[in-house]
Design a protein around this ligand. Sequence first.
Ligand code: ADP
Ligand code: MG
Length: 242
Amino acid sequence: MSVLETRGVRKRFDDHEVLRGIDLDVAQHEVVVLIGASGSGKSTLLRTINLIERVDDGQIFLSGMDITDPRVDADRIRARIGVVFQHFNLFPHLNVLDNVTLAARRVHRMPKDEATARGRELLDTLGLGGKAREYPDRLSGGQQQRVAIVRAIMTDPELLLLDEITSALDPQLVGEVLDLVRELKGRGSTILMATHEMSFAREVADRVVFLKGGVLVEQGTPEQIFDDPQHPDTAEFLARVH
Ligand code: ADP
Ligand code: MG
């Protein structure tokens, strides 16, 4: 079964239809990368999946459950999805360990001892063990974003949504964040991510999905999309960003 299935997802803001019938599947352990020009609808799609935006039409299934059904409890669904955005959004008044464990304790009701042990273990294995007691403003942007990723995986989410997580970083800090995404892929995470990092998409994606104007124009393996795009809009976009 797919972890994620979107069927005919439509979203409009006033008279602007931003998602125009998106059908997208993400299988367990799959890394799917969304590419497309600014404004093509990547973030809106991720926000509908996390129920930050309500779809106007269509369905979204998380492990087979229709999460667009108005009767579902959005907080319970969000607890099953890990999310990292462009801006790290760590709490400045909490140290790294407390940032990482807060949602796990409050939202997921993980006991404090368990959350602390799990947070420490993840920080250690992901190269941030020495930072557990630091406050966010003492960390580089790349370290802050890695902490945000650790926070997102504290409760083993079924699906991880990553939206342009390197876009706000200085170029020399991008690599350490992408290394962590590689690590998560190696651990079997299921990931849907939007990125401008085409070389990273080529290396790490199982599947690349090209959006234009809220339409899923083309999808395929990185080789298919980057080396042999079938749709002229895909070729035109790639020629522009390369
Ligand atoms: P991308 O992430 O691919 O750059 P977005 O999903 O952010 O694209 O935006 C797609 C379109 O939707 C853009 O034209 C954007 O201006 C518009 N949009 C996104 N969010 C809103 C909103 N809350 N209100 C009005 N328009 C929005
Ligand atoms: Mg975006």
